[in-house]
Design a protein around this ligand. Structure first.
Ligand SMILES: NC(=O)c1ccc[n+]([C@@H]2O[C@H](COP(=O)([O-])OP(=O)(O)OC[C@H]3O[C@@H](n4cnc5c(N)ncnc54)[C@H](OP(=O)(O)O)[C@@H]3O)[C@@H](O)[C@H]2O)c1
Length: 351
């Protein structure tokens, strides 16, 4: 069989570069199209992104052109800003190509998207929802699909931490789940912003978008769907760490019945027994961002506090890998009928 021809649009952004880092080592495909926006003309990828300087087998980087993209690709990754990405994703999909959209544009119903993102939704009445690509949770729903909406980075860490609770009777039905989330600065993309300057961010640590972070409805939507509790809410706090990559989520959940660590551990192990990418840490071990950097992995730790009747759940991911490019490649593998770990064997780079 011919190798599928793969394109990346947004190839110079943080998520796009990480995609190309993974795809360029993937054994079953051919990268045929790389595009971005601020280019006068085509140039070699290694000239633009110096980490690829010695890697001469990539196509030239071009200003985006829809016709060329459709001519040259069977499957396209879109790593573009929200507000641009979803509209293109639908155009490329309507032209018969497979698409994985890394933006938030196709993750939510129209009205919800518009109120949280403050942008016009690209979805029209006739557009069906893209399939939500939380690949470690719902691999079967992603297999053989042609339009995937890749989850947000905070949403991935939060949902992998919390979803196994949804089918248990451990949690108060109308409780608010507290999700305290911290990210490195690449989560904000590469466009220059004053609060991301070295002098603002180094030796600093602060919350942002309190009460209005756009991943809130994405997380609630999935938790409500899986728990069948339409009123389940989260209290999300997003914070910026003075590091380039990585996310740590700490979740605090009130319990309505007691459970031992061993039983909770078993629930989590069972939830993720089909994926090599999610590890549940043994009792008393706590996850570290450093252990997952550069890898498509998620480490989760659990603590049952019998004194306060609370669960504490911690998860770490690399926002550019499991939170973006790694998960997107895992989704591609599922869409194309390949083992989901193909091309994703990178191990975390600690220290
Ligand atoms: N960063 C993360 O951790 C992360 C995690 C999960 C999901 N995501 C999502 O992934 C998407 C990309 O994020 P990012 O952090 O990689 O952003 P980024 O660093 O700002 O990169 C954006 C990319 O899009 C290109 N671009 C912008 N407008 C374009 C247009 N009209 N036509 C063609 N290319 C265009 C840019 O090219 P030029 O430089 O030439 O303009 C650049 O290559 C976003 O939707 C983001 O929400 C990001």
């Amino acid at each position: 069989m011919n190798q599928p021809r793969i394109g990346v649009v947004g190839a110079t952004g943080y998520a796009g570069v990480e995609l190309i880092r993974i795809l360029s080592r993937h054994p079953l495909l051919k990268i045929t199209y790389l595009a971005a926006q601020k280019l006068e003309q085509s140039e070699t990828y290694g000239h633009k992104i110096s980490a690829f300087r010695q890697f001469g087998e990539l196509p030239a980087l071009e200003p985006f052109d829809l016709e060329r993209c459709l001519d040259l690709c069977d499957l396209v990754f879109l790593a573009l800003p929200s507000g641009i990405s979803g509209r293109l994703a639908l155009q490329i999909h309507h032209a018969g190509k497979k698409v994985i959209d890394l933006s938030g544009d196709l993750r939510l119903p129209k009205e919800v998207y518009e109120s949280w993102y403050g942008l016009a939704s690209p979805l029209t009445q006739k557009d069906t929802h893209a399939v939500y690509g939380l690949s470690d949770w719902q691999a079967e729903q992603i297999a053989n699909q042609s339009l995937i909406s890749n989850p947000g980075c905070y949403a991935t860490a939060a949902l992998l931490s919390l979803l196994p609770l949804c089918q248990t009777k451990l949690v108060e039905s109308q409780s608010v789940w507290v999700v305290d989330a911290k990210s490195g600065s690449t989560g904000a993309g590469k466009s220059p912003q004053p609060h991301l300057l070295l002098s603002e961010l180094s030796n600093n640590f602060y919350p942002y978008r309190v009460g209005c972070h756009q991943h809130t409805p994405e997380i609630e939507q999935k938790l409500q769907e899986e728990s069948k509790q339409a009123d389940l809410q989260i209290q999300l706090t997003t914070q910026l760490l003075p590091i380039p990559r990585g996310i740590l989520v700490s979740a605090y959940i009130p319990l309505c019945s007691t459970i031992s660590f061993t039983d909770l551990y078993e629930i989590y192990q069972n939830a993720y027994h089909d994926t090599p990418f999610v590890s549940i840490l043994p009792c008393g071990e706590w996850p570290q961002i450093q252990s997952v950097l550069g890898a498509n992995t998620c480490h989760i730790a659990l603590h049952v506090d019998n004194r306060t009747q609370m669960l504490q759940i911690f998860a770490v991911i690399d926002n550019l890998q499991k939170g973006a490019a790694g998960q997107a490649v895992q989704n591609m593998n599922l869409m194309l009928g390949w083992p989901m770990e193909t091309g994703l064997s990178l191990i975390g780079s600690a220290p």
